[in-house]
Design a protein around this ligand. Sequence first.
Ligand code: PGA
Length: 259
Amino acid sequence: MTRKPLIAGNWKMHNTTAEARELVVGVMQGVKEFEKSELPDIVVAPVFTSIPAVSEEIFEKCGCGKVALAAQNCYFEPKGAFTGEISIDMIKEFKAEYIIIGHSERRQYFGETDEMINSKAKAILAAGIIPIICCGETLEQREAGVTDAHIASQIVKALEGITPADVAKSVIAYEPIWAIGTGKTCDSVEANRVIAEIRKVVAQVAGRENADKIRILYGGSVKPSTIKEQMAQSDIDGALVGGASLKADDFVEIIKGAM
Ligand code: PGA
């Protein structure tokens, strides 16, 4: 089964609009010499306020079609009295093709539950957008030996009520919380093991064929120096990159490491 690699940059709460433009232009410059067919799928996720500017750089000024746009979050209701929230159609207006949901920072600091993440996943897929569904264990959970059970529960709940065909189109990111922003990358063999477990859970809910199609990324201190070994694993289909996606050169090195 060949799954197209995907490298996604989660810019988190970084970059003004001008900085976001500069960063995406740097990434596009860095991959200029390659054909789209040679490259992994490349995704950048700026903050909401920079989405229009980054969209303009990608689709109007460059038009190379090599970089796709993502949002870092969304709300599942289409409109209404939800102060501070942003709907999927509002994101779609700027040609975003992906939306990250359930990032551990959203779960941890903003109280997002598995049920909310499931509602978001369903609404995103209904709008024809690809959810990047994040999961991952804390250090305490890992030390207590409940990693696999915790991740299986997160995945089953996130995918509840989603058609098998839509599951196949989705993306999952396995991000051990203790590896995020800490410089402590999860050992590639162990990351691959957990990702293979996630694929088994997906097979239980959506069938083996769809589990073979879904792309599952690793995230957590991915760097230019770690990507090759990570991509060499059987079940790791790409990376969700935080810190190292904020420097065009590093992100481009990671993209090249997935080729
Ligand atoms: P990091 O973040 O690469 O800075 O560890 C990854 C993420 O949170 O998606």
